[in-house]
Design a protein. Structure first.
Lengths: 206, 366
């Protein structure tokens, strides 16, 4: 069994300590952070999401795998936050009722790796909180994530509000929800980029 | 037919507790789910034996007889943790059917709360790491600033010290007593400042992770004897005797001799500062297993127990005062400990007020 398969099996079984052992080994072997994020965390969570969508696993199992993955991401933080900052700031957020935050958290971490100061607001984030942080941090960019397609109206609503108050603030949008459609609804707004995956995000930042 | 199918389903597959009770409210039949949850010995138990009743005030008879509503019961499970089930009781002529279900909306609420709490916790963890990285950077900046400031101040203060010493040595016969006293104050104050700046430079480089040790095999006996003799020159002013006791044939120890001179001088000068005249300072060295143990004991005033934990913290001072008003930078023991730790060693303190203090350094032979 290769390392990824072993990691995925333990993730599916809810075996946090085994996953931690594998991730720590990979970090000790100096795995590239982007590889760890895409080849392990992202790939495994996409698979978990797929299993849930096809009724192969319960939502509880999916949530347990999510919680374990978030915990694994915390092992990487000491390596992420040491980067030299370039003075740019990004706020990463999810609209109200969107509870999936691994994707946007990865986005925030990728920005940190590129020397940006990232402020991650988390899942199910009230608009007031987002506006308070925009006022406080005056970011160079806002990144919004959507995992569940049905939450698209919430996303559109928050984009409308942001564009109304901060017309010059560039926005990037991404997430698994757009696999089901909805990209066209972004065209009505100026200065919005759709980011398909982490690879595209890297090129976009560079 | 339908009843039979339904019964078979309840008995073998349903994910709820299904019990049949007799007139005495004892369980005479249980489905697979209940047996798995509560245990193989479920039969013949009464309902009050499988449900929790901390206050011993639940009237189980009344509950079982009440068909009008669902009753919350906390069931004792085989795995140990009780689980909450909502029971409906239905009566036939000779038996009672008890069905216990979970509340799915309650569980869903709980699941969503756990998801939110987990999100919150993991975001706080991320924030904590981010803040920690920022603090490390700020601390590095502080050390850099401290190092630069100390370095730039040390040279001018050094010049003041050298010139004041020169003037005192060369022109003291042309100065009156008051002028000599003033010059002496300039000399002592500038010496203290040079020491303080040296300590600040040491601390800033140690804190920045720049403690580099120039390790080489050293003859510990010669090292201790030489440094005790050098310190004796100062100690004699207070009529304090420095004695050394060194185990014979100690093997060479790998250490940075210059840094260890700093350690030993720190401990001995502290002992001299805080000891009364006509006392003794004992420096011992022995080999214990694969470690070198150097101890330094004085017959000084001792340190109160509750102050010992702060001894090695920067700028922390104890309530004990030096016996002739000698000054300390407050950094010596911090630097001492860092140097010992750099040698993979430890330093400990034992002290009794009115009796004296012993510092013990343990360094492994590598």
């Amino acid at each position: 069994m290769d390392k990824y398969e072993e990691y995925f099996k333990n993730l599916l079984d809810g075996n946090k300590s085994a996953c931690a052992g594998i991730v720590n080994n990979l970090l000790n072997e100096s795995i590239d952070i982007m590889d760890l994020y895409t080849l392990y965390f992202q790939q495994s969570m996409y698979k978990i999401g797929e299993l849930w969508e096809f009724n192969k696993i319960s939502v509880s199992k999916e949530h347990l795998a999510t919680a374990i993955t978030e915990s694994m991401m915390s092992f990487v933080y000491p390596k992420i936050f040491g980067a030299e900052h370039n003075g740019k700031k990004v706020i990463v957020s999810c609209p109200v009722n969107e509870y999936h935050q691994i994707g946007p958290k990865m986005v925030a971490d990728v920005y940190e790796l590129h020397g940006w100061d990232s402020y991650f607001l988390g899942a199910n984030n009230p608009d007031d909180e987002l506006f308070r942080l925009i006022e406080e941090k005056k970011p160079d960019l806002l990144a919004l994530s959507l995992s569940i397609y049905f939450n698209l109206p919430s996303l559109i609503k928050v984009i409308e509000k942001v564009k109304n108050f901060y017309p010059n603030l560039p926005i990037i949008v991404g997430g698994q929800a757009f696999n089901w459609g909805g990209r066209n609804s972004l065209n009505q707004f100026p200065s919005i980029d759709y980011i398909e995956d982490v690879k595209m995000l890297n090129s976009f930042i560079e | 037919m339908k009843n039979s199918v339904l019964f078979q389903y309840m008995k073998h597959k349903a994910a709820l507790i299904f019990l049949v009770l007799n007139k005495n409210q004892h369980i005479i039949e249980a489905n697979n789910y209940a047996i798995e949850l509560i245990g193989n010995d479920i039969l013949n138990k009464s309902i009050n034996e499988i449900a929790l009743d901390f206050s011993k005030s639940i009237d189980f008879k009344l509950i079982v007889n009440d068909e009008s509503k669902r009753h919350l019961l906390n069931i004792i499970t085989e795995k140990g943790l009780p689980q909450t089930y909502y029971f409906t009781f239905m009566h036939t002529d000779s038996e009672t059917i008890a069905i216990g279900e979970t509340n799915s909306s309650e569980i869903e609420d709980l699941r969503m709360s756990l998801v939110s709490m987990n999100n919150e916790l993991s975001n706080l963890t991320r924030e904590l790491h981010k803040k920690n990285a920022e603090l490390i950077k700020l601390n590095d900046l502080k050390n850099q600033f401290l190092g630069m400031a100390a370095h730039d101040l040390r040279n001018p203060i050094g010049i003041v010290l050298n010139y004041s010493e020169y003037l005192l040595d060369e022109t003291s016969d042309t100065l009156n007593d008051e002028q000599i006293e003033l010059m002496d104050t300039i000399k002592n104050t500038s010496r203290f400042m040079v020491n303080l700046l040296n300590d600040l430079l040491d601390i800033s480089s140690i804190e920045s992770g720049k403690l580099t040790l120039d390790l080489a095999p050293s003859d510990i006996s010669k090292f201790i004897t030489t440094n005790c003799a050098l310190n004796q020159v100062l100690a004699i002013k207070k009529n304090i005797k420095i004695v050394s006791e060194i185990e014979s044939s100690l093997p060479l120890i790998t250490m940075d001799e210059n840094k260890m001179v700093q350690v030993l001088n720190n401990l001995i000068t502290n002992a001299v500062k805080f000891s009364l005249p006509n006392t003794e300072i004992l420096v011992k060295a022995i080999k214990s297993e694969d470690k070198l143990v150097i101890s330094e004991s004085d017959q000084g005033q001792g340190i109160p127990q509750n102050e010992i934990k702060n001894l090695f913290k920067p700028f922390e001072r104890t309530s004990v005062r030096s016996t002739r008003g000698e000054k300390s930078t407050g950094l010596g023991l911090t630097i001492t400990r860092r140097i010992i730790e750099g040698h993979k060693g430890t330093i400990t303190v034992e002290s009794t007020v009115g009796i004296g203090t012993t510092f013990s350094i343990i360094i492994p032979y590598q």
